[in-house]
Design a protein around this ligand. Structure first.
Ligand code: FUB
Length: 451
């Protein structure tokens, strides 16, 4: 289970906007649950044995006024006191999120790791009637007291790893800190311009460092389509590779590289021109990724339609064209990514179209960072319709130093209502089998425990 108790202090003051929580009643240990996973307006909310279902996960929206909304993840509808009643015993339902004070909840510290949830319009507390421990007991509001049936534990889940719409995540570790860089999603035609940086010590709690590069503002040769970044460090400088386009009738993308003295920027264009211009190689010049071998040499990978691979020069912003190798593994589309485990190199890539629920990740192995690569071994990651998980792809992988613990960051369609331009970034475990093959990843709604 990947559930982390929010501390009372955090529950009072620092519940992070966009995180999802289970609401667990103290007296029963059961979860606030939208009955039968209903998406209907007015569906009742009761307590039920916790099962990690999306109808038991509530996404926090911090309203900035001391109150939060709690939106059920399966329906995107808000926890709501029916008809804005102020009466004791008024039932709690889900309802389309609005500005109503009967959907606004104050999270108050009740001690011992628990909270009270107080409805703004009535000042009354969310409770399980009669301190029932039965599945199906309908939640209601009542005058606040000291009963444990009015006390709730807020357990955060770690997926999506970063709140909001982000795709093509590149996860890396610099020093003792993990970083995530991604495409900012939610724009028609993936036309967004900004890249942000996120950092975490434990892979669960992430800090948003804001915009580190805006291709429209910071890159003279680009003004749209800030896609799919990759980053590497050398001698205390950070090299940020990205794809972007320049409007004016040309829809092609180029690869660029920006540089900074910190992993959180600010980054500036390293070359004043693309590192790889559209048309230089087969396919689209998108989806850069960097692998740095144990000898310190870094390699650049990119390409849609084909996977181009080359050692970077020591300056990290140039390479020898004569050393570029191009591969087209079975089912390859885009999103090349390489890791090394022992003496084996693993080339992974995304298959299919990011707009398809069948977007997925396959892999092959090789004996050098630029191949030759063996035949496609199989899939690492694919949709799981039993959990409503679709469109899993464009991933990256990070190893916990000194261990054989590996994590995969990837995107999938947002839940609910996602598609190929509304994607969210996930982190899950990646395991190797004893024979060195990669075990298919189990994509989860909950994510991982803090490391
Ligand atoms: O996010 C824009 C594009 O979608 C990426 O470059 C592809 O890998 C696909 O995920």
């Amino acid at each position: 289970m990947a559930l982390t108790a929010v501390s009372p202090a955090a529950a009072d003051h620092h519940v992070t906007d966009g995180t999802s929580v289970e609401l667990i009643a103290r007296h029963s240990g059961k979860c606030a649950d939208v009955v039968s996973v209903s998406t209907a307006d007015g569906a009742e909310v009761s307590q039920y044995t916790c099962n990690s279902g999306l109808n038991q996960l509530w996404r926090i929206r911090d309203l900035g006024n001391g109150y939060v909304q709690l939106a059920a993840r399966h329906s995107d509808r808000c926890l709501d006191v029916n008809a804005a009643s102020t009466a004791n015993g008024a039932k709690v339902i889900q309802w389309p999120c609005s500005t109503g004070a009967n959907q606004q909840w104050r999270i108050e510290n009740a001690g011992t790791g628990h909270t009270r949830l107080i409805a703004r319009h009535s000042g009354k507390c969310l409770e399980v009637p009669g301190a029932s421990t039965a599945n199906g007991a309908r939640l209601q509001q009542w005058d606040c007291g000291t009963g444990t049936e009015q006390q709730w534990q807020l357990n955060t889940v770690s997926n999506p790893a970063i709140p909001g719409l982000f795709a093509d995540p590149n996860i890396v570790r610099f020093g003792d800190t993990y970083y995530l860089y991604a495409t900012t999603d939610g724009f028609a035609g993936w036309s967004g311009t900004e890249f942000r940086a996120f950092s975490s010590k434990d892979l669960v709690h992430w800090t948003d460092h804001g915009v580190i590069l805006d291709v429209a503002a910071d890159i003279s040769w680009a003004d749209n389509s800030a896609w799919a970044p990759g980053i590497a460090e050398k001698d205390g400088r950070y090299y940020f590779y990205f794809s972007a386009g320049l409007a004016g009738g040309d829809t092609r993308k180029h690869l660029g590289v920006a540089v900074a003295d910190s992993p959180t920027g600010p980054f500036r264009d390293a070359l004043g021109r693309p590192l790889v211009s559209a048309g230089a190689y087969a396919g689209q010049m998108i989806d850069p990724a960097v692998f740095t071998d144990t000898d310190g040499r870094s390699y650049l990978y990119w390409g849609q339609g084909s996977s181009h691979q080359v050692p970077l020069n020591a300056d990290m912003v140039s390479f020898s064209a004569s050393q570029v190798r191009t591969y087209k593994p079975t089912n390859y589309n885009e999103g090349s990514f390489v890791v090394k485990r022992g003496s084996t190199y693993y080339l992974m890539w995304s298959e299919g179209d990011t707009r398809s629920e069948d977007y997925r990740v396959g892999y092959a192995t090789g004996t050098s960072p630029t191949g030759p690569w063996g035949p496609r071994v199989g899939l690492i990651l694919q949709k799981d319709l039993s959990q409503g998980i679709k469109g899993t792809g464009h991933h990256s992988v990070v190893q916990v130093p000194g261990t054989d613990q590996w994590y995969i960051a990837y995107h999938r369609f947002a839940i609910p209502n996602g598609d190929g331009t509304h994607r969210e970034t996930m982190i899950d475990h990646l395991y190797f089998n004893a024979d060195g093959s990669i075990r298919p990843v189990v994509p989860t709604i909950e994510g991982v425990d803090p490391i």
